[in-house]
Design a protein around this ligand. Structure first.
Ligand SMILES: [Zn+2]
Length: 263
């Protein structure tokens, strides 16, 4: 589906301390779409630079640092749609569209498949389209979100069955700039992984120049992200003390998550 669409223009909008909002504009579209309006001001400044008004908000989940901009942006652009999971009804400010798992949405010339990816929260959605996936706090470059509402089994399904089934070249746009610290943990649990070392060096260069480390790609994540490498012998050995006899990917993911929480 995405391959037939023209590449979308993505503006990375740093918000708050380390959040990212993303402004998307289809070629020639009269209005832009924002993924995760963390706060209004930087989004409004980015819209002004693009020279187009806002047409819709996509919210990956209900946490305040991803939706604080919803109300002021809807006040500025009355009548725009706010998309979020049906599961998040009542939790996402100004929500008007309640998407179900695998639902296709068309908005301002863009097309997305909504993937319900519970784990960080129960209503977490990843928006997949135009060769990119917007993962909020589910999949980070080099890591994943904390399991505030879901279980390791849910997060394992979300990362290693749902997201991992997307094409490897899919660009990954995540909700926070956590990549450098995530990769320090990745190197700690899998010191023999040369891809982690190479990516960490690349990320250090980007951060030294003040540049974002997004987008990553799914291929990159499968090569470097310990939460997508639950079959790595080195990782399993590292967390063995936290594992019982269950060495399933879900159990390994839970143990890696617990190790990261304590790192
Ligand atoms: Zn969150």
């Amino acid at each position: 589906m995405s391959a037939t669409l023209a590449p979308v223009e993505v503006t990375v909008v740093p918000c708050l301390k380390d959040n990212y909002a993303y402004l998307l504009r289809a070629p020639g579209a009269a209005r832009a779409v924002v993924v995760d309006a963390s706060e209004a001001e930087p989004v409004l400044a980015a819209l002004e630079k693009l020279g187009v008004p806002l047409g819709a908000i996509l919210s990956t989940h209900h946490h305040a640092d991803h939706v604080l901009g919803n109300e002021p942006l809807v006040a500025r652009y009355p009548g725009i749609d706010v998309f979020g999971s049906a599961h998040d009804r009542g939790r996402i400010p100004e929500q008007t569209r309640f998407v179900e798992d695998d639902e296709h949405i068309e908005v301002e010339g863009l097309s997305f498949r909504c993937l319900l990816v519970p784990g960080h929260t129960l209503g977490a959605v990843a928006f997949y389209g135009q060769g990119a996936v917007f993962t909020g706090d589910t999949l980070f470059a080099g890591g994943c979100g904390r399991l505030f509402e879901g279980t390791p089994a849910m997060m394992n399904t979300s990362l290693n069955e749902r997201l991992a089934s997307l094409p490897p070249e899919t660009r990954v746009y995540c909700g926070h700039e956590y990549t450098a610290s995530n990769l320090r943990f990745a190197a700690h649990v899998e010191p023999g992984n040369a891809a982690v070392q190479a990516k960490a060096a690349k990320v250090a260069e980007l951060r030294a120049r003040g540049e974002p480390t997004v987008p990553s790609t799914l291929a990159d994540e499968r090569a470097t992200n310990p939460f997508m490498r639950c079959d790595s012998a080195e990782i399993i050995a590292h967390v063995a003390a936290r594992l019982g006899s269950d060495r399933s990917p879900a159990a390994v993911l839970g143990a890696v998550r617990a190790a990261k929480d304590a790192f």
